[in-house]
Design a protein around this ligand. Structure first.
Ligand SMILES: [Zn+2]
Length: 200
């Protein structure tokens, strides 16, 4: 934001297809143009697109370092960095909240994008705490595929009942009246069961 001075936390939250990554890239680009030192991170598990880039659906991209944990992220922040961008922050461990606080307290502007809810409309991972501690929150909306209203939900339409289901084709943007709780078909349930590692 234009009022930003010194460290703070801003969160770009919303469902899938709501333009979160585009907005994150837009804000980070402005910092780059202003010749600020910017570092971008994303969780290691998200391999839908290039591993070392944040890529929005409109193909804009920024270099990003994929890290496995919040501790690894903190340890990877270089001296002199003024802005830290984090994409898909909902997939990080709970320690990411404290990491964001530490970075902001140290004078760094933290800009993070993430899903606020999962496909069952449950608050996603560390997002509730991040929304609470952030100076600024932007709630993004997609367009409902049913009625063209403002869509707040990522409706799962296939793919089983795991929370981490990263294929875009398994989801539709839906508004509150059009949202329907997803029930996996028996075939899909069987497929999901096969992917869960069995104890030895
Ligand atoms: Zn709708």
């Amino acid at each position: 934001m234009d009022s930003y001075r010194g460290g703070w936390i801003e969160i770009i939250a919303g469902g899938m297809f709501s333009g979160k990554s585009e907005e994150l890239i837009r804000r980070l680009r402005r910092s780059v143009i202003a010749r600020q030192r910017v570092q971008v991170f994303k969780p290691l598990l998200d391999d839908r697109f290039a591993t070392h880039e944040v890529v929005s659906r409109d193909e804009r991209r920024l270099k990003a370092l994929a890290v496995a944990t919040s501790a690894e992220l903190l340890g990877s922040v270089e001296i002199g960095v003024q802005v830290v961008g984090i994409d898909e922050i909902q997939f990080f461990d709970a320690g990411i909240v404290d990491v964001c606080m530490q970075l902001a307290d140290a004078g760094i502007r933290v800009i993070a994008a993430g899903l606020d809810q999962d496909y069952m409309r449950r608050p996603f991972g560390p997002m509730p705490a991040l929304l609470a501690v952030a100076e600024e929150v932007s709630k993004m909306h997609a367009i409902c595929v049913r009625c063209r209203g403002a869509a707040h939900y990522s409706q799962r339409v296939s793919g089983g009942n795991t929370q981490v289901e990263v294929g875009d084709s398994s989801y539709e943007a839906r508004c509150r009246p059009c949202f329907e709780a997803y029930k996996a078909s028996q075939e899909e349930e069987a497929a999901v069961q096969l992917t869960i590692p069995q104890p030895v």
